[in-house]
Design a protein around this ligand. Structure first.
Ligand code: GDP
Ligand code: MG
Length: 329
């Protein structure tokens, strides 16, 4: 064994030997992999660890097949709030820091890769709604299938690119490459809907660590590469710059509208919106309140998207974000 391994590695190695289940071993192995310094002298060791990693993966999969198990419990995360966005990116790009910056969640943040083993969920307040964010382990050759399941099940993806990296363009293409391998395609907010093969997710691209030296030029490079395909924002989780703009993009990529309702004769009060997909009609809003109302109402008055405030509109009128509706039965 090379002599220059950090003491944490030796400690983890001891725990690895003592671990009983392959799942336990796998967790510790990931730690070991993150603790090995990357240089020529550790090359053999890193190959050896990767080999062990594949073997353990296989072992776990075999076991699960026998048990008929469907994989870990976090294959699916219950949707909460107005929509669910998966934070996706290469190791160490700042996913966990971003979650911590805009929600109350406390994910583990570290300056070494593979610090996130499990999904962590946080609710991001945006104006009068909450958007659910999922922090995930990074995209890499070690990414476990459940990570991709969570991405597929999300409403949209935020692809995070580290602006302190010397290779933003490569990083971007590498990240897309991993997703593609898992049969996940990304499209922009306004792209026409597209069918698989595999899953197709709406996405935004977020350049992170914009406070780093040279980040501005790298963000320009990234934007040139992304073109019109995705909306982009540049943020720093340290200074907080760009976070507000990013939140707006997150809201936009979910393609939702907020609609407020009131009873005839009641005063305006903008709170507790109904959240519906873009393209929803007045009838869809009524249905969100009550199926019976959807059948029963004769017309609605709309403040916002109608030509005149309080204009009477028919059932198929498409509502816009921020509309206020009054149903008449
Ligand atoms: N300069 C700078 N560093 C950041 C920023 N966000 C995260 N980092 C650092 O990047 C490293 C990786 O962060 P982490 O959130 O654990 O990344 P993850 O592996 O993608 O979850 C840590 O050392 C963070 O302190 C940022 O906006 N600016
Ligand atoms: Mg992390």
């Amino acid at each position: 064994m090379p002599a220059n391994l950090p003491p944490e590695y030796i400690q983890a190695e001891l725990r690895f030997r003592a671990a009983k289940t392959p799942e336990e071993k796998l967790e510790i192995l990931k730690e070991l992999m993150s603790l090995v310094p990357k240089h020529k002298g550790t090359e053999k060791l890193r190959v050896e660890l990767k080999r062990k990693w594949s073997k353990l993966q296989e072992e776990i999969q075999q076991q699960q097949k026998k048990k008929g198990a469907r994989g870990p419990a976090y294959d699916h995360i219950e949707r909460e709030g107005a929509g669910q966005i998966a934070l996706v990116g290469l190791p160490n790009c700042g996913k966990s820091s971003l979650l911590a910056a805009v929600t109350h969640a406390k994910p583990e943040i570290a300056d070494y890769p593979f610090s996130t083993f499990r999904p962590t969920v946080g609710m991001m307040p945006f104006e009068d709604i909450q958007i659910q964010l999922i922090d995930l382990p990074p995209l890499s050759e070690y990414t476990e299938p459940w990570v991709y399941s969570l991405i597929r099940n999300s409403d949209a993806v935020a692809l995070l690119i580290d602006l302190s990296s010397e290779s933003v363009e490569d990083d971007y293409l590498t990240a897309l490459g991993w997703l593609e391998k898992a049969r996940i395609g990304l499209i922009g907010r306004d792209a026409p809907p597209r069918d698989g093969p595999g899953a197709v997710k709406r996405a935004v691209v977020v350049g992170i660590k914009r406070d780093a030296d040279g980040a501005e030029a790298r963000f320009s490079q990234l934007r040139a590469l992304v073109g019109d395909e995705f909306e982009t924002a540049a943020v720093s989780t340290i200074s907080g710059e760009g976070l507000n703009e990013m939140k707006k993009l997150f809201f936009r990529v979910l393609r939702i509208v907020r609609v407020y309702t009131k009873k005839p004769g009641q005063p305006f009060k903008k709170d507790q919106p109904y959240v519906l997909p873009v393209g929803s009609t007045v009838t869809d809003v009524a249905r969100a309140i009550h199926q019976e109302l959807a059948e029963r109402f004769k017309y609605a008055r709309v403040w916002g998207s109608a030509e005149f405030a309080g204009q009477r509109v028919e059932r198929h009128h498409v509502v816009q974000d921020g509309d206020l509706l009054e149903f008449h039965e």
